[in-house]
Design a protein. Sequence first.
Length: 305
Amino acid sequence: MMRMGVDLGGTKIELVALSDEGNELFRKRVTTPRDYQGTLAAVVNLVKEAEATLGEQGTVGVGIPGVVSPYSGLVKNANSTWINGHPLDVDLGELLQREVRVANDANCFAVSESVDGAAAGASVVFGVILGTGCGAGVAINGKVHGGGNGIGGEWGHNPLPWMTKEEFNTTRCFCGNPDCIETFISGTGFVRDYNAALTAAGTVRAAAKSGADIMLLIDEGDAIAVAAFDRYMDRLARSLAHVINMLDPDAIVLGGGMSNVAAIYPRLPALLAHYVVGRECHTPVVQNLYGCSSGVRGAAWLWEK
């Protein structure tokens, strides 16, 4: 059976079609129309093109930067604001004349990596996206755990655990709350912290624009960059230890731009053990297998094998 996954982002909509074995049969992306009816039409056209090209009909799963409320049936919390307040799964289902499954894009990432990715075979997978923002999703036995409120995995909007007095009440998240995990361990948070330290030190140097800029400075032995990464690693460890203490997943998979920083992986185990209750932690923390394709593949895998 062919499975189609759609990644509905704010700037692009991508569709991939997978075989039962997870082999890619078709892929195409288009620019996202910034209105609801246009977005529906773009998804429908992609599905029809894939099916016409491959000569068969398939299932459809869609990953979105938000969730479908289990109570109202309407999309909420999406930064693609034009889909908020609409029954996206119902409307697409009517246009395509079949059931369409919709899930949060971070949950799709977790599903992808648990089905045939870096955590294949693990029963409980916590998938983390460390990019411009900080998202997370939970997959249990290869299926999304959305939760009773549809917000399973919204870990980035909890306060940073075990805050120091220097950290307390120092950031404000777009969600309206102070000191969210996202503001510290996203790529944006890493850059913010480094640039603040640079300013405080009175160093005459251009501000960093990305985490990669800071990692290059670390390679050169820059003390401010080294200290910023030390803080980042400790904050990441605290944040993940909090999850391990509550969920104790079989594996944690990192995605997003910061997941490409190789120095993270050898340092994390000892730091996690320092914060996990019992001071023992052997939870694998691994880099994703499918990179930016993981979310769209996970949308396809919303229909199980």
